[in-house]
Design a protein around this ligand. Structure first.
Ligand code: GRF
Length: 203
């Protein structure tokens, strides 16, 4: 299966997916990497791996609909089976998300449904949480609210800061995302009518 990865920043998750895709039996073929930020370091990582890249700068579009229209056009050109958001920092319109139902995955640095949006590590600390982590979910109209496929937890220590939590969570992201992308590409994980299906079954 063909996957297209959307990024805005560093691209450490992209790098983890690139490395996974080099494994002989890895099912996903990364056909393109797209960014809304021309300067995203992730683009250099893609280019270094000889993966085609494209940039759709949101500032050049008058509305979210126009931006999403341009993004959709570029996505259609590559005809991916799965679109993987890896640190893509734009909220997508309802129409866009609906058109790609079941084909859009996102990774979010919290144990959803806790802490949608930004500053998740500080918010977990402020709440005194003993557990924190990362979630991979299908994207639906609700921001960070789509059905969860998998989560990885980390323990929050007394001396953790937002920075140390971010590092620990990212290390988990780099393991978890390639696994979930593999499952999706193998058809083992799918978005059913209301929930995630594992080997065709709701858990
Ligand atoms: C990750 O923490 C991810 O959970 C969030 O954005 C960050 C992306 O990091 N959605 P990177 O660009 O993959 O290094």
């Amino acid at each position: 299966p063909k996957i297209l990865i959307l990024v805005s920043g560093e691209g450490s998750n992209l790098q983890a997916l690139i490395e996974a895709s080099r494994e002989r039996d890895y099912p996903a073929d990364i056909v393109a990497v797209g960014s809304n930020q021309a300067k995203a370091p992730a683009l250099a990582k893609a280019a270094h791996a000889n993966i085609p890249t494209f940039v759709i700068e949101h500032g050049r579009y008058g509305s979210r609909d126009e931006f999403d229209g341009a993004l959709m056009q570029e996505i259609r050109r590559h005809n991916p089976d799965l679109i993987v958001l890896a640190g893509f920092m734009r909220i997508l319109t309802e129409g866009f998300v609906r058109a790609l139902r079941g084909q859009l995955l996102n990774i979010h640095p919290s144990l959803l449904p806790k802490y949608t949006g930004l500053n998740t590590h500080q918010r977990a600390l402020n709440a005194g949480d003993k557990l924190h982590g990362v979630s991979v979910h299908f994207v639906t109209e609700e921001l960070d609210g789509g059905p969860i496929v998998a989560q990885a937890q980390i323990a929050v220590g007394a001396d953790d800061s937002a920075e140390t939590l971010a590092q620990k969570v990212q290390a988990q992201e780099h393991v978890l995302y390639p696994i979930v992308v593999r499952w999706c590409c193998e058809g083992r994980v799918q978005l059913g009518a209301e929930q995630v299906l594992f080997d065709g079954q709701a858990l």
